[in-house]
Design a binder for this molecule. Structure first.
Ligand code: HXC
Length: 258
């Protein structure tokens, strides 16, 4: 597939996707999301990739779904089509960890895209918002669901109902953001963290991602059971033998990702 809305690169064991519609503040049209899905397919199949970073530009991670593209949709266009939100599911189903590296605006679908990733690194310039209410619609890809789970009802209501933006410091305080990074270090720091992750056992990393996500889908006792069973299964991995042997022998582990 030839990409016209994103740039896809690898840095060692890290896959890097850069959203690239500079004239439209990286507005997320259907084709862009399809391209992201295709790039994720490639990274998931590639044994040499252990973690993924998605970033945008200095000005905008993404200023939301493409308003021009959807302005004239009918209800049936929105409901029946594969676009607006159905093809977004690919992000959620990705089993390798994804870091969103956000500088500038992450608005509407842009904020939702970042929240579909496993953690968000924010440049000190980042601004998060759910301004859909100003357009006569509501968030459609997790703004009313992932946002309250991330930052609580009070701030999620404030953002969705008033369209107020949060800066990076508030977003970190509220729990939306894992780290704040100087803007000129954002992508490097995200790649460094992704490189650390990609150096660990890939099946273990996938198990951790599955298990943490289970915390948002289940009761505590179900989640703890899922974690315990998954923990037990880690003892079937060569990497568990290697990791523990390396500790005992006071050397660095050499994980083979199996
Ligand atoms: C289409 C967009 C866009 C968008 C910006 N642009 N956001 N085009 N869809 N979401 C375009 C502008 O039209 C403009 O094109 C160019 O990008 C630069 O934007 P400006 O407005 O001139 O820049 P600035 O004054 O710096 O303001 C930046 C901004 C503003 C604050 C990000 O553009 C803005 O408010 N954008 C809309 C944000 C929004 O409402 N997002 C939610 C979308 S709904 P031209 O051609 O004029 O230069 C949504 C629902 C998701 O996301 C549902 C799930 C899929």
């Amino acid at each position: 597939m030839e990409y016209s809305n994103i740039i896809v690169e690898t840095r060692g064991r890290v896959g890097l996707i850069t959203l690239n519609r500079p004239k439209a503040m990286n507005a997320l049209n259907d084709q862009l999301i399809d391209e992201v899905g295709h790039a994720l397919d490639g990274f998931e199949k590639n044994e040499e990739i252990g973690a993924i970073v998605i970033t945008g530009s200095e000005k905008a991670f993404a200023a939301g779904a493409d308003i021009g593209a959807m302005a004239n949709y009918s209800h049936m266009d929105a409901y029946k089509g594969d676009y607006i939100t159905r093809n977004w599911e690919r992000l959620k189903s990705c089993r390798k960890p994804i870091i969103a590296a956000v500088a500038g605006f992450a608005l509407g679908g842009g904020c939702e895209l970042a929240m579909m990733c496993d953690m968000i690194f924010a440049a000190d310039t980042a601004k998060f918002g759910q301004p859909e209410v100003k357009l006569g619609v509501l968030p459609g890809a997790g703004g009313t669901q992932r946002l309250p789970r991330a930052i609580g009802k009070a701030k999620a209501m404030d953002m969705c109902l008033t369209s107020r933006m949060m800066d990076a410091a508030e977003a970190e305080r509220a729990g939306l953001v894992a780290r704040i990074v100087p803007a000129d270090r954002l992508v490097d720091e995200a790649i460094e963290a992704a490189t650390v992750i990609a150096g660990f056992s890939l099946p273990v990393i996938m198990m951790i991602k599955e298990s943490v996500n289970r915390a948002f889908e289940s009761s505590l006792s179900e989640g703890l059971l899922f974690e315990r069973r998954t923990f037990h299964s880690a003892f079937g991995l060569e990497d568990q033998k290697e990791g523990m042997a390396a500790f005992i022998e006071k050397r660095k582990p050499d994980f083979k990702h199996r």
